[in-house]
Design a binder for this molecule. Structure first.
Ligand code: PLP
Length: 402
């Protein structure tokens, strides 16, 4: 519940009688960037709200760490899908961004971000042609390949278009979803890149996704070391074969403060900008229960719609808004989240309790940023209760992903 609910409710009721907020002008006001009187109280729900102070703190914590380690930072944008966020990451020293799809890569490059690394290979003809077109427009664009047949098609397409593609070889690092086998197969693929005049060999990607959410810092460190042992063997072999080293990209929010010792030269972490409830539960170096290195800077603002049964209320945060049982209600650990349908959510009393009335508002920390940010089209950016900016969420699945 927002703080001081009763007095705020009374205040809102009296304000509505006299100088009612011009709800019908909300969109025009946002378009004009006129945020006067736009507070969390007047926002439509469910809506995503960024706590700007905590967000800025998260960005700075990671940027300061990277400088000190030292390790380069090429943060993943799949979690936020926002040019506004990416530009702030670059302003704090990131050397580029990492993207999950060709659509995200095009979007970020078009917005002027240099050094975009796409972490999937252009397997379809559609994606291959767009990869070539993006390389032509933006010579700093890099992408991964983990397959000889795909590499051959890239080589031929690059030759036909007379462009030089920047290729990173993706190697297995514990996730079966991608990555060529380490050692000889990986080195031979890299040699093919080096041997082509249509491609430049940029280095390696070894993303240890399984380590990111391993509970407990020591266990996570062991898992990350195990997952990255393969790339270290590959690097040894590549050195003997006379290959240039190039970048070694990987890592996550969960492993950011261990991976520079394990052989990575740059980090692809993404979730640290906002954090989600599942990440908070993995524990950190100083606290095994809660991962406190980064704060929850993003919440979903929801409204209580209906209340007729003991121990529960209905909200507008349902399946379409991606409510999950692992979500957390800010400031109210005694509540748990469930859903009752597409537009119907549920808050249930777990233990303890308090009074909740229809019209009350809560802020909810979502379970997985990648999935949740995909359901909303904008972030309302807040300093305290006041909205100070609105940032579009772009490159989402559906039309924008094409
Ligand atoms: C290839 C790749 N790199 C990096 C990340 C970022 O990880 P995190 O959001 O855990 O920091 C992801 C996330 O899924 C990923 O798929």
């Amino acid at each position: 519940m927002l703080t001081d609910m009763t007095s705020r409710r009374e205040f809102l009721a009296s304000a509505m009688m006299t100088t009612a907020f011009p709800y019908t002008e909300l969109e025009q006001r946002i378009a004009k960037r006129d945020f006067r009187d736009i507070t969390k109280d007047v926002l439509p729900t469910p809506s995503m709200v960024i706590d700007l102070d905590l967000f800025e703190k998260n960005l700075k914590t990671m940027a300061d760490y990277a400088k000190k380690a030292p390790i380069l930072l090429r943060p993943h944008v799949k979690v936020h899908k926002s040019v506004d966020v990416a530009k702030r990451q670059v302003a704090l020293g990131a050397i580029g961004i990492t993207a999950a799809t060709i659509a995200e890569s095009e979007l970020m490059s078009r917005a002027g971000i240099r050094g975009v690394l796409w972490t999937k290979q252009p397997a379809s003809h559609n994606n291959l042609m767009r990869t070539i077109a993006l390389t032509r427009k933006d010579a700093t664009f890099l992408f991964v390949v983990d397959d000889e047949a795909v590499l051959k098609r890239v080589d031929e397409a690059a030759a036909a278009a007379q462009v030089k593609c920047k290729v990173v070889v993706s190697v297995y690092a514990g996730l079966t979803r991608q990555g060529i086998a380490n050692g000889k197969p990986a080195v031979e693929l890299a040699q093919k890149v080096v041997g082509s005049k249509n491609m430049s060999f940029e280095g390696w990607m070894a993303y240890s996704g399984g380590a990111s959410h391993t509970k407990g810092w020591e266990a996570r460190r062991r898992k990350s070391a195990e997952d990255l042992s393969g790339i270290n063997e590959t690097l040894e072999l590549a050195k003997k074969a006379g290959l240039p080293k190039g970048i070694v990209s990987g890592g996550s929010t969960g492993t950011y403060n261990m991976d520079h010792e394990l052989g990575l030269t740059e980090l692809e972490c993404g979730s640290y900008v906002f954090m989600d409830s599942l990440y908070r539960a993995v524990g950190g170096k100083s606290n095994d229960e809660v991962y406190t290195d980064f704060d929850n800077a993003l919440s979903v603002l929801v409204t209580v719609d209906s209340k007729h049964h003991p121990g529960q209320v209905t909200t507008d945060y349902g399946n379409k808004a991606l409510a999950r049982p692992t979500d957390e209600v800010k400031g109210h650990k005694w509540l748990e989240v469930a859903t009752q349908g597409a537009e119907y959510g549920l808050l249930k009393w777990k233990d303890g309790g308090g009074e909740i009335r229809v019209g009350d508002r809560f802020e909810i920390y979502c379970s997985n940023l990648d999935m949740s940010t995909n359901c909303y089209d904008r972030y309302y950016v807040a300093r305290g209760n006041q909205i100070v900016d609105v940032w579009p969420i772009m490159g989402r699945s559906g039309a924008a992903q094409r």
